[in-house]
Design a protein around this ligand. Structure first.
Ligand code: C2E
Ligand code: CA
Ligand code: CA
Length: 576
């Protein structure tokens, strides 16, 4: 690139510009920095030669200005140019437009625009090197903003940078001092009320800053190449928790971790996670991996390879924030993920956008089910939202309506009171799911039938369970979220289950006697083993704040005896 050599290099420019300013003190001057946003990508797309030609054109242009007007121009390497010019908007705009025109000869892509940072020189000005640096810092403020391409350095920018510098320092110290931890937020089966997994969300508790939420430090760490340091720390802590649960035979519930694209670019994530689960003797199903949709939308080779590798190791992948960015329903076909997390913006439905919003969610949920992709709605805060999700057949949910993120100790306590259930899809690595075309087809049909059955049952019953008339084993398959006394499902013995229902006063006192004498394994066994196929009782059961007439129906199969002792139990509200 011989021609660019005719512009001053860095050290020449710093000296010449200083001399120039010393002899031109009377006017109003500025230092501008000129870059091409995503220039590396430009080289990739249009070839190195096109990149070189573009740089040469810019150099020749700046050189012409220098020769005609005497304003010093420098080329510091790559796509970094600097000039010392009069502080004049028209002139700066003209330079911008001319360079933009050169880029336009190769590409109309908005992603490759020039970006100009301006440092206005006052009487008391710092070194030229610092002014160049500040001009460039100003330009970094408008990176990615297609509408604003010229940015002036201000004290606000300086303060912001200082704040970031302090943050960087505090995060580094915080990591050394173990100030970072994670909270757990359950994801629920909203029909049974059971927990299917938990998400680890990092939290920073700093002695001077107090409680800092991830929104304040995660994007910052991502932009500063520090996210992997935090994330690997959190992932390790999550695996330690899982290992302690395993060792004490406490809970067998998977935890999902968040993986940023910046992690994927910085370290070998699959290798790292695989080593972690080996270190803590965990199986890969226990650690779910959440990756945001934007990573898939970029569709980079490295993201695709990471996902393939994670699958090979048996990890299950969730696409986080689905629908928040550039994704389309079409993208789902190609994205190799196991579970979708529907972005919380979707369910923020108001009266105005209600119809449209519901239709959109409906199409997403249908598409996901067709592709055999389980879907979890994020950010569920109200009963209204939950009911809407139910009507759309979206069963899994996460949000403040159920539980806020909580310290690990609280989550552990919660797991002793709320049932957890294994969700087959969530635990099945996708390799098995996609085993063969035939089996995935069968699964598709089965899923849609299951979904229809599930929908009918979900809409019409409060409890769906099966009962063994010999052993009194009682297994709840579905439970309405409005019923009180969630912990009662932990009870798998029908007699104890009923005792708990009665002692928690969930049956109206007027009906308690009937319930106590009729709804027993002995009484039911007598009836069903003697050939009866169906039986139902009506009593008042507590639902929300009141007692509502409720029917409890028992249904036997073709035959019911010691060898086939299972019957179905369905509880209906007579108001629904
Ligand atoms: P995310 O992964 O989408 O996590 C969900 C966020 O929504 C969490 O915010 C959670 O506290 C919040 N949330 C949950 N339920 C509700 C609800 O009903 N309503 C509302 N309004 N919000 C709800 P949080 O903990 O502040 O985390 C923000 C984001 O920071 C996360 O979004 C995730 O992208 C990122 N993040 C959090 N922890 C980590 C981490 O350890 N590593 C990485 N790389 N990113 C993390
Ligand atoms: Ca997440
Ligand atoms: Ca999310």
């Amino acid at each position: 690139m011989s021609i660019t050599n005719m512009l001053y290099n860095r050290s020449e420019f710093l000296k010449i510009a200083q001399d120039f300013l010393d002899t031109h003190v009377s006017s109003d001057w500025c230092i501008i920095s000129i870059d091409i946003e995503r220039f590396k990508l430009f080289n990739n797309w249009y070839g190195q030669e096109a990149g070189d030609i573009l740089l040469q054109k810019i150099s020749q242009y700046l050189l012409r200005i220098q020769q005609m007007k005497g304003f010093p121009a420098g080329h510091f390497g790559g796509d970094h140019f600097f000039m010392c010019i009069p502080n004049n908007n028209n002139l700066i705009n003209m330079i911008y437009q001319t360079i933009r025109g050169y880029i336009g000869e190769h590409s109309n892509n908005e992603g490759f625009l020039p970006i100009i940072g301006v440092y206005q020189i006052s009487e008391q000005h710092p070194d030229v090197a610092i002014m160049c640096n500040n001009a460039q810092l100003a330009s970094s403020e408008v990176k990615g903003n297609f509408n604003k391409r010229i940015c002036y350095f201000t004290n606000d920018i300086m303060n912001q940078l200082e704040k970031e510098q302090n943050l960087l320092h505090d995060v580094t110290v915080g990591l050394e001092n173990n100030e970072f931890t994670f909270y757990l937020q359950p994801k629920c089966n909203s029909i049974t009320g059971a927990i299917v997994s938990m998400e680890a969300l990092s939290r920073w508790i700093n002695p001077t800053r107090g409680f800092v939420s991830p929104g304040e430090f995660i994007p910052f760490l991502e932009n500063n190449g520090m996210i992997a340091a935090l994330d690997t720390y959190i992932w390790d802590a999550v695996c330690q928790t899982l290992a302690s649960w395993k060792k004490d035979k406490l809970y067998v519930i998977p935890i999902s971790i968040n993986v940023s694209v910046a992690d994927i670019e910085a370290i070998n994530v699959p290798e790292y996670l695989f080593n972690l689960i080996r270190k803590y003797h965990l199986s890969p199903e226990m650690l779910l991996v959440e990756i945001t949709e934007t990573a898939f939308a970029e569709n980079s080779i490295i993201v695709r390879e990471t996902i393939d590798k994670l699958h090979q190791y048996g990890f299950c992948i969730l696409m986080d924030d689905f629908g928040s960015g550039y994704s389309s329903l079409n993208m789902l076909k190609d994205a190799n993920v196991d579970i979708l997390k529907l972005d919380m913006n979707f369910i923020e439905i108001n009266q105005k956008n209600r119809q449209k919003g519901i239709q959109i969610i409906d199409s997403i949920v249908n598409m996901a089910h067709k592709l055999n992709l389980p879907i979890i709605a994020e950010g569920v805060e109200t009963l209204d939202q939950l009911e809407m999700l139910h009507s759309l057949n979206c069963v899994y949910a996460q949000g403040y309506y159920f539980f806020k993120p909580m310290p690990v100790a609280d989550a552990e306590y919660l797991l002793t009171t709320v049932p957890y259930e294994k969700y087959d899809h969530i635990h099945k690595p996708s390799l098995e799911i996609n085993d063969a075309a035939v089996s995935s087809n069968e699964q598709l049909i089965e899923t849609s039938v299951t979904h229809s059955i599930f929908k009918i049952l979900a809409e019409n019953s409060l409890v769906l369970a099966r009962l063994n008339l010999v052993t009194a084993e009682f297994e709840i398959l579905k439970r309405d979220y409005r019923l009180l006394g969630r912990g009662i499902e932990l009870e798998h013995n029908f007699t104890s289950y009923n005792e708990k229902i009665l002692s928690a006063n969930l049956v109206h006192p007027d009906d308690a006697e009937l319930y106590r004498s009729r709804v027993t394994v002995e009484s039911l066994r007598n009836i069903f083993f003697n050939g009866k196929k169906q039986l139902s009782y009506v009593f008042h059961r507590r639902l929300g704040n009141s007692f509502v007439p409720t029917s409890m129906k028992f249904i036997a199969g073709h035959k019911c005896d010691n060898n086939s002792p299972w019957i179905v139990v369905i509880v209906h509200s007579m108001y629904d």
